[in-house]
Design a protein around this ligand. Structure first.
Ligand code: CP
Length: 313
């Protein structure tokens, strides 16, 4: 049994399979063709933080695969009344086939997985957001890295540059892991005091990322420029201090001009126009944020199928 708790839980071959499978699943979805490989399977979704995309993409995706979902939050379950996470894992995993959790510390999802009888998926923790980077990479391949047969070709990623502008947060950590596995480089630019921590990202060497004090320098020659909100969920008390610290880390048109002419812009959303990104960029021609959001569903359908059935086809 496999869990998907961080991006480094899978290897390059597994990602190649997932990208190709997600492309097939997406083609069938667009053609209104049924793809019900998880009939009668149940997904439990546990949310300890708010969500729009993660909830809709997992819930719609599981129904489309022929299964059903159970939705739990801290406020409407015993999770919010101090039932130990280990006990919750033992009980919930006796009743469902798969569990997706959005929570705070990575240690919490790891504790759940250690006591679960079924695969567990990370729907975002303070440290990682692997489903989002899975969707982002699929989107990049869809737009720029398809082979002559129109299939996503992960070899495209080797030697490419992703510019990360903003907080050294769960998204940044996950980009670092993805670069390490799939052979690209991340140019990271964060304000002082908000740097990425290689030990939190859990990568072995710094060979797959470079740090830049100036976000413009990080964007120079990049194939993809990406960012996230200045204040992630759980850090709201720091909001005012962060607004001051991050003032120069707004992705603007000059940064996009510094990147390659065909560079894409991504943002995992929700976005704050005028803070981490200018409206002209996120709503401009290089932005693929709506495909990026939609692709959460297609890649997660491939992921759920893989965790329950292994490789298909
Ligand atoms: N990007 C993302 O995870 O969106 P939600 O917080 O809306 O789920």
């Amino acid at each position: 049994m496999k869990h998907y708790l961080q991006f480094s839980d899978f290897g390059a071959d597994e990602y190649a399979y997932l990208f190709e499978r997600a492309a097939l699943i997406k083609r069938k979805f667009k053609a209104y063709e049924r793809h019900q490989t998880l009939t009668d399977r149940t997904l439990a979704m546990i949310f300890e933080k708010a969500s729009t995309r993660t909830r809709v993409s997992f819930e719609a995706g599981m129904y489309q695969l022929g299964g059903s979902v159970v939705h739990l939050t801290t406020g409407d379950s015993q999770l919010g009344r101090a039932e130990p996470i280990e006990d919750s894992a033992k009980v919930i995993s006796r009743m469902v086939d798969l569990v997706m959790i959005r929570t705070f510390e990575q240690t919490k999802i790891e504790a759940f997985a250690a006591h679960s009888r079924v695969p567990v998926i990370n729907g975002l923790t303070n440290e990682f957001h692997p489903c989002q980077i899975l969707a982002d990479l699929f989107t990049l391949l869809e737009h720029r890295g398809a082979n002559p047969q129109g299939k996503p070709d992960p070899a495209f990623l080797r030697g490419k540059t992703v510019a990360w502008v903003g907080d050294g947060n769960n998204m940044a950590n996950t980009w670092l892991q993805a670069a390490d596995i799939l052979g690209f480089t991340v140019h990271v630019s964060t304000p002082s005091g908000y740097e990425v921590d290689q030990s939190v990202a859990g990568i072995r060497s710094s060979g797959s990322y470079k740090v830049f004090a100036n976000p413009m320098d990080a964007c120079a020659g990049a194939d993809l420029v990406t960012t996230d909100v200045w204040t992630s969920m759980g850090y709201e008390a720091e909001n005012e201090a962060r607004k001051k610290a991050f003032n120069d880390w707004c992705v603007d048109q000059d940064m996009m001009r510094a990147a390659k002419p065909d560079a894409l812009f991504m943002h995992c959303l929700p976005a704050h126009r005028g803070e981490e990104v200018e409206a002209e960029v996120i709503d401009g021609p290089q932005s693929v944020v709506w495909d990026e959001a939609e692709n959460r569903m297609h890649v997660q359908k491939a992921l759920m199928e893989y965790l329950l059935l292994g490789q298909q086809g």
